[in-house]
Design a protein. Structure first.
Length: 116
């Protein structure tokens, strides 16, 4: 088994900033978190989102599906975050980075396999 190191996101953004970046209301951002379209965890007393999960004024295309698969496998949001940022040489970094490239389907396949 490979050496698994969780680096974590390099930058965090708070929910009001996510609201502004996505051009939606703050209540819509809270709804997106509740519905599993976006992953937010508490950091420094406030809910924050890894900045790289919100790219180009949208949520990464495959993120909601991966969050759903991880939640179905019993992962809470902190555990899902750790899984997304766990170093994986086969993905060339981590699952969160791979979601915005050609390996997004492989990330989804791996998340789906966790439920079995």
């Amino acid at each position: 088994m490979s050496d698994s190191v969780t680096a974590g996101p390099t930058e965090w953004i708070n929910l009001p900033d996510v609201s502004e970046k996505l051009d939606v209301s703050i209540s819509k951002v809270h709804q997106m978190v509740r519905d599993g379209h976006l992953l937010a965890v508490r950091r420094d007393g406030a809910l924050r989102v890894p900045a790289d999960l919100v790219a180009n004024s949208t949520v990464l295309k495959h993120l909601p599906g991966v969050i759903t698969l991880l939640r179905d496998a019993g992962y809470n949001d902190e555990e899902a975050l750790r899984w997304l940022y766990e170093s994986d040489a086969a993905l060339g970094g981590c699952a969160a980075q791979a979601l915005c490239g050609p390996q997004a389907r492989e990330v989804k396949r791996r998340a789906q396999a966790l439920g079995f």
